[in-house]
Design a protein around this ligand. Sequence first.
Ligand code: NAG
Ligand code: NAG
Ligand code: NAG
Length: 826
Amino acid sequence: MKGYYSDTERDLPAPSDARARRRAPVGRRLALLAGLGGAFYLALARVQLTPEDQRVQAYADGVAAHGFGPACKWRGGHRIPPHKAEKIYLNVPSNDSCAATSARYAAHAHPAGSGWDMVTAQTVKGDWEKALGLKASWYGEHVFDAGSAESQARVRDSHKATEPYVWIDTYYPVMNTPVFAGVTLFSDPPVHAKLREARVEGDSASELADEVRVFHGLSVSGDVTAQYIYAGYGRKDDFDLLQAKGLDFAGKIAVVKYGGNFRGLKVKAAQEAGAVGCIIFTDPGDDGEMTEWNGHKPYPEGPARVPSSVQRGSVQFLSQYPGDPTTPGRPAYKNATRDAGGNFPSIPSVPMSYEDVIPILNALKGRGMPAGDLGDAFNGGLTHWGVEYWTGPSDVQLRLVNEVNTRVMPVWNTMAFIPGHVTDEVVIMGNHRDAWVLGAADPSSGTTSQHELVRGLGALRARGWRPMRSILLASWDAEEYGLIGSTEWAEDFGDWLQANAVAYLNLDSSASGSNFRGAASPSLALLLRGAAEEVARPDGRSVWAARADGGTWGPASVHADADGDRAEGADADEETVDWTKNEGKGSGIRPLGSGSDYTAFLQRYGVAATDMSFKGGPADAVYHYHSVYDSPAWMRRFGDRAYARHAESARVLGLVLLRLADALILPLNTTQYARDLVYYAERVDALGADVDLRPLGEAIARLRAASEGLDRERGELERRLRRAMRGRWCWGWGCGREVRKILAAIRRVNRKLRDFEKGFLAPEGIRGREWYRHKGTAPGKWLGYGATTFPALTEAITIEKDLERAREEAAALTALISAMAMRLAM
Ligand SMILES: *[C@@H]1O[C@H](CO)[C@@H](O)[C@H](O)[C@H]1NC(C)=O
Ligand SMILES: *[C@@H]1O[C@H](CO)[C@@H](O)[C@H](O)[C@H]1NC(C)=O
Ligand SMILES: *[C@@H]1O[C@H](CO)[C@@H](O)[C@H](O)[C@H]1NC(C)=O
């Protein structure tokens, strides 16, 4: 089989050719007969196919091929009903294949824009071509500059495609690479921080630590010498509290620890408090049970943290806007017009290991206040090394030097399109590929699970399966710098996305611990949960049952980013709501904030999304997030020994994808959405602000009623279709007028479901960060990772403390939801 795209052949065959071609294997005579019969029928009925008719016809084709219900006798060749497709698929992902794939992708440091990153983009291209049964392309083939006619056609003409194809889009964002970082404490004698991850016996990957020196992506160059202050987790509230206690950050360096929120927002808070530099260190107090003081050895001998391990990472102001700093809202083409860039810091920052920070914290002893007086969150695990946490300011000076090379750099998204019968409904699945260093877990575990998914789809294709609706796969680049590859792509094709995408399924690290976590738009929550309940683990329990295998982070531990990725710091949302304990009321699936590639799809373009992973709990081995120790050796020894979770992730993800791609009626549940909205409103109500939320509650009730009406219509349409098709000979148009009528109605229902999430988009965006347009959920303004539900309304109360504004937001939200209810009922 060959892909339709090559550099010389750009015209895609029309769908009608395709149908004729698919018939060929059945037998020329039968095809001829059917063709003549069809022509005769069409002539007889004098039917002129309008574009809408053609779309209904595509549904009929899909129904015929998939064997909806008991009916449908004809359609030569391959009838693979959805349940059979799932069975075939589930048998594909395997431990061994995952182990081999992971070893290939995590073999080299492959940060975004690097040579190895380019190589992995090509490797994915080759792997997908092979898995999908396509002709292998040569190295530079099907690689395009974003914005070029070829790149645009791959997406905008995808509805004409009849065979899968794979390509690479190159975007040109502004990013940077480390040149030099140095921190010196001018004590007597002076202490120079190592800022270097140690080579360790037993993990040869540690020799690669210098390939990506410790630094913050999108940080700025600077050389500052100043006194310093310790500011706990460095959240906005922490700075506010310290300033209220009389500490003045002007001209000082802020020393803060990871956890509690997204790192870029720590630097933002420091900068806004007047600080001239920021150091963010890893505190082992957030490592859960696997610590040295609990008797565990550091990696590689044991599961505890390597003292020199450092968390690299972007300091982009994620909650402002993600993506290329210089092209907010538009794609970063090579020739793009660029702004100065408003989503990264103006003060230098560096990440630091706990080993390096000990003398810096020790020099604060007796200066300012004992930090513990400000709350437990200001203390940490270094007390076990004799550190007393004091606020300062220090009397000694600290010098912080950060030198980065900032420039336009190429990044490569590898993409694949698999055409379905229905070509204007597309399910998108994406995972990023770039890693800070080797990234065995982040993101190569996801890259591996995605690879298994594509192998599964390939196995189905080999049996003649074609999905009901189209599938688009993406291996995003530059996620680590701030969701750049996915954001630029979404900004490039926003209009197409809104007209075609039915859902976006995200994967990032799929296996960095043992707790299964799901997050989703409420309309997809039950689908995700259902899939996780069906996939079994080796011990016979389901993946869903593995939500707390690694223990649960205590509700009081803000830092414990119960989000699992302890280092990733916090879903501070967990402080107030434990979504997993909300099962009686909700789906047990969390809302989406930000921190991975679903952001642009959901928050800007209103495409319903899911995200899933196995993440670490307090009883799991310490996961060295964004460190050189996120390596294949760690994965084999502590992370996912048999690579079983890699494979299980692929199974859960595949079920969700297949159900979205193959179901006749989209499995999006608006009623569950309405139920969760009740809960969102209760959370606003719990803030106790003097805002009348009754109209909002009534709008949600109307939405729920309309949605229940739609659910009844869905059930009725399915019953009617079954009845109409029972015992019938079905070859598309020949299905008859009644079937066509029902399919047309189903198509209308699907459009309502596809468009539902877009109802939350406000064109003017969320005030102060207009790039974000979703008024149902957004990354918290000062959280970054964690979701804030009803963000504009909530933050008017909690952050702006502006009641007038809150009332306006409540009214605006009420209007949005009322309009959504009306559209559903139409
Ligand atoms: C950039 O190049 C594309 C073609 O690749 C062209 O359509 C577009 O107008 C150019 N934009 C600018 C700002 O020059
Ligand atoms: C995959 O690994 C798990 C965990 O070790 C094991 O129980 C299971 O049998 C393995 N599966 C296969 C097919 O080898
Ligand atoms: C949607 O979810 C609700 C539970 O919230 C359930 O009762 C209902 O049957 C679901 N509807 C569909 C169409 O699956």
